[in-house]
Design a protein around this ligand. Structure first.
Ligand code: FAD
Ligand code: EPU
Length: 338
């Protein structure tokens, strides 16, 4: 394990923002992490744990030690006739792990195909897409306390998962380095194709017998048609969460805006499509300098080349304010602002 100083983080964040790290290191094992915890560079500085950098906006140089989690390995730790428990190290690239599961016909993660980033970050915001969230197959995770080095296993309930939420974004923020995540996957997959676009895409693909590989491919096709590829244009996926409102607020908005796009929630409230709200404000494709609202998906902010983190942040404030003025709805940023 080596620690370097004053390095550029541009290659390490999918927004492609230029910012430097005071110190930077990559950890490849639990021993590496324990060793790191004893160094002065670690003990005397704040820390930022990094996976694929696909859910971050760097608004300043990082006056901290950046720890890139590169722990690798996928192993089956238990299995029954029905299911298999697969433990994936935090530094494994998420989509490669999903592909590994699909190749073995272990069902549960196929709807989450092509989400960028590493497995270790997946519990941070309980990643979700196309009707599925990781909490649906999550079994447990292992983590190391950032100060004491204590190793702890977290059960599903201890993670306090919600929509793009977990305990690690709140009470336990910056307190643990996640080292592995274990999923309980099904050997007899149950297919989740209720999300409209998936059914349509499967029809287009002309699939005769449904299987998880086909669902994964349908998801990949849909995502590729509207989400910008960070290798071509900087972004961190949805910049905002879809806001949740009460039934009462929903009714009032629906009367005023009959085309409002919303989904009913279990608690009788509604989740509004933030992309629709932003588009209705005329902001889809809006650009200021190199910071923009994506032309095909208004929920995604993009860096056309040399935008600074603050320019993207200021654009997000403009979007928040414009949506608030038109609809009276508060959007919340999903991306982690550093
Ligand atoms: P990073 O950006 O590196 O880190 C994110 C946060 O987690 C930071 O606060 C970081 O400090 C912390 N962290 C990272 N690893 C660890 C660890 N091992 N231990 C402790 N803390 C850690 N998200 C979805 O939910 N659904 C989507 O459909 C989706 N689509 C996307 C599409 C695009 C094009 C892009 C660019 C992003 C998308 N995202 C989506 C967001 C992003 O891919 C996920 O949030 C992903 O899980 C982030 O992983 P990462 O490794 O890049 O995390
Ligand atoms: N819409 C518009 N205009 C837009 C974008 C969306 O009108 O520019 C409306 C459309 O009616 C569309 C609806 O919003 O049918 C929903 O859009 P989409 O299916 O693209 O999903 P989303 O709600 O915008 C969410 C997640 C994505 C996830 C997709 C698929 C959040 C914040 N975002 O986006 O996650 O991939 O659903 O499940 O929940 C991410 O978190 O980074 C992310 C990309």
């Amino acid at each position: 394990m080596t620690i370097t100083s004053d390095i550029s983080l541009k290659p390490y964040n999918t927004f492609g923002i230029e910012a430097s790290a005071k110190y930077f290191t990559s950890v490849q094992s639990i021993n590496n992490i324990q060793e790191l915890l004893q160094t002065n560079e670690y003990k005397n500085n704040a820390r930022l744990i990094l996976g694929g950098g696909s859910n971050l906006l760097l608004t300043k140089n990082v006056n901290a030690i950046v720890v890139k989690n590169d722990l690798k390995g996928i192993e089956i730790i238990n299995e029954t006739e029905e299911c298999v428990f697969v433990k994936c190290a935090a530094g494994e690239v998420w989509h490669e792990f999903v592909r590994w599961c699909i190749d073995k016909n272990y069902g549960g993660l196929e709807n989450l195909s092509l989400i960028p980033g590493c497995t270790g970050a997946s519990p941070m915001q309980n990643i979700g897409a196309y009707g599925v969230e990781i909490k649906d197959t999550f079994y447990e995770l292992e983590a190391i306390h950032t100060i004491t080095g204590e190793q702890k296993t977290f059960s599903k309930s201890e993670c306090e998962f919600g929509y793009r939420e977990s305990v690690f974004k709140h009470q336990l923020k910056n307190q643990f380095i996640i080292t592995s995540v274990t999923f309980q996957l099904s050997k007899k997959p149950i297919f989740h194709i209720e999300y409209g676009a998936i059914k349509q895409e499967l029809d287009v693909m002309n699939i005769s017998e449904l299987n998880i590989k086909a669902i994964s491919q349908a998801v990949i096709n849909i995502r590729s048609s509207k989400l910008p590829n960070p290798k071509e244009i900087g972004n961190a996926g949805s910049f905002f969460k879809n806001p949740e409102v009460t039934a009462n607020t929903f009714q009032k908005l629906k009367e005023k805006f009959p085309n409002l796009v919303a989904y009913p929630l279990d608690n009788s409230g509604y989740k509004l499509a933030a992309g629709w709200l932003i588009e209705q404000c005329g902001l889809k494709g809006f650009r200021k300098g190199d910071a923009g609202v994506h032309k095909l998906q208004a929920l995604v902010l993009v860096n056309y080349g040399n935008a600074t983190g603050n320019e993207i942040y200021d654009l997000s404030t403009h979007v928040l304010q414009t949506v608030k003025d038109k609809f009276g709805v508060n959007l919340e940023r999903e991306v982690n602002i550093i």
